[in-house]
Design a protein around this ligand. Structure first.
Ligand code: GLA
Length: 395
């Protein structure tokens, strides 16, 4: 993991000591927590349809060094710019449209959930690119949850903690995300992806063949366009489809319940765009189970085929890809040793996730750095990441 200059874990403690005389005087009371970003291997736009997802937490992360405080205030500074924001934990007020909203929203949601919350003085650093579709928001919520818990772990079971962070984002920040990102940032395990059934909340680790293949993120360097409004439009379209289908199939409560057979029978009652959206969700849910089975069987060729089907379905059916993401997938697919490539996260820009034979990573990097800028005028970033543990105390 590479930290931006001057923001590594040691620099973070030093920065806190410079800002807070109390932290300099009581270095033994300074704590450091971390929370990871995530990639999603498969199961895109399925979480808010009660379906299945297979994300992995990654070793790009947010860290907060902090000193718990009993004056009821949170004051947090960014290590790279020095910008400082704060709030009172019993009067968080309404959102400001700034990064502190994720911290204030988490404080609000933890109190709503009955978990004790303390103030702190802290400094935050991140090795996770923001706005790249790698869930820096969920990482900030989970790091905040740990810091707000003071000198002990958050007083909520892990799934309740993940849902509390999701509630902060849905109800305070105002983004209607599903549970996947907060789940991954909470439950991640080194060397594994995490399978979640978003209805029952059953979950398990799915070991990755990490000796053979690397996880490589390719960042398109293109801003995510219209993301919030388009995301909400997709959610609304799924909800409308459920209402139409349930008129014929009353047991359907979410698109998770729709089988390919049902879709064939009632699909004519959906407008063509909605039908394509539903087809994506129904087939994508099936692909999650198929990828898990292929990983369990060591069948990487099958994983690659399923990644390709997922990307095509997101591009043509759910319509959340972009020319830049399609090009990154095309370059990766033409590189020997790349097992699979697809967009990851919400789409509309952001990143692709690639499973790459370890000895082929330099070739993928070279191909992306040569062909992508020439065809887009944009600067890509190729990041080799490892599956990592969920949020907690930093080592
Ligand atoms: C974003 C959301 C997630 C999920 C993905 C799409 O990352 O935060 O809840 O819906 O998009 O799979």
């Amino acid at each position: 993991m590479t930290w931006p200059v001057g923001t590594g874990p040691d620099a973070l403690r030093d920065a806190l000591a410079r800002l807070e005389p109390d932290a300099a005087a009581r270095p033994g009371d300074v704590r450091m927590v971390r929370a990871p970003g995530r990639v999603n291997l498969i199961g895109e736009h399925t979480d808010y349809n009660d379906g299945f997802v297979l994300p992995a937490a990654i070793d790009l992360e947010i860290r907060i060094a902090y000193l718990p405080a009993d004056d009821g205030r949170v004051e947090l500074a960014l290590a790279d710019t020095g910008e400082r924001q704060g709030f009172a934990i019993d009067a968080v007020g309404s959102r400001r449209g700034a990064w502190i909203d994720y911290v204030a929203g988490t404080a609000w949601a933890m109190r709503e959930a009955g978990a004790p919350v303390r103030g702190f003085r802290g400094v935050l650093a991140s090795s996770l690119p923001a706005g790249a579709g790698l869930s820096s928001s969920a990482a900030l919520e989970l790091a905040a949850a740990w810091a707000l818990a003071g000198d002990r772990p958050p007083a909520l079971p892990k799934m309740a903690l993940a849902r509390t962070a999701q509630r902060a984002e849905n109800e305070y920040v105002g983004v209607m995300c599903g549970l996947m990102d907060q789940f991954a940032a909470t439950f991640g395990e080194p060397g594994a992806a995490m399978l979640l059934d978003c209805r029952s909340l059953d979950h398990r680790a799915v070991p990755l063949p990490t000796e053979e293949v690397a996880l490589v993120v390719c960042h398109s360097g293109s801003p995510r366009r219209l993301e919030a409004s388009e995301y909400n439009e997709r959610r609304a379209s799924c909800a409308a489809a459920v209402a139409t289908i349930a008129a014929f199939e009353p047991e359907v409560r979410a698109l998770r319940d729709v089988t390919p057979g049902m879709l064939a029978a009632v699909g004519d009652h959906l407008d063509p765009t909605t039908r394509r959206r539903v087809e994506h969700v129904v087939t994508e849910n099936g692909r999650v189970g198929d990828v898990v089975a292929a990983l369990d069987a060591g069948d990487l060729a099958a994983v690659g085929r399923l990644f390709a089907e997922s990307h095509a379905s997101l591009r043509d059916g759910y319509e959340v890809s972009s020319p830049e993401l399609d090009l990154l997938v095309e370059i990766a697919t033409g590189t020997p040793g790349v097992v699979g490539a697809r967009l990851t996260g919400a789409g509309f820009g952001g990143c692709t996730i690639n499973l790459v034979r370890r000895d082929a990573v330099p070739a993928l990097r070279a191909a992306v750095e040569r062909d992508y800028p020439a065809r887009t005028g944009l600067s890509p970033r190729v990041l080799e990441v490892e599956a990592a543990a969920g949020a907690g105390l930093a080592p």
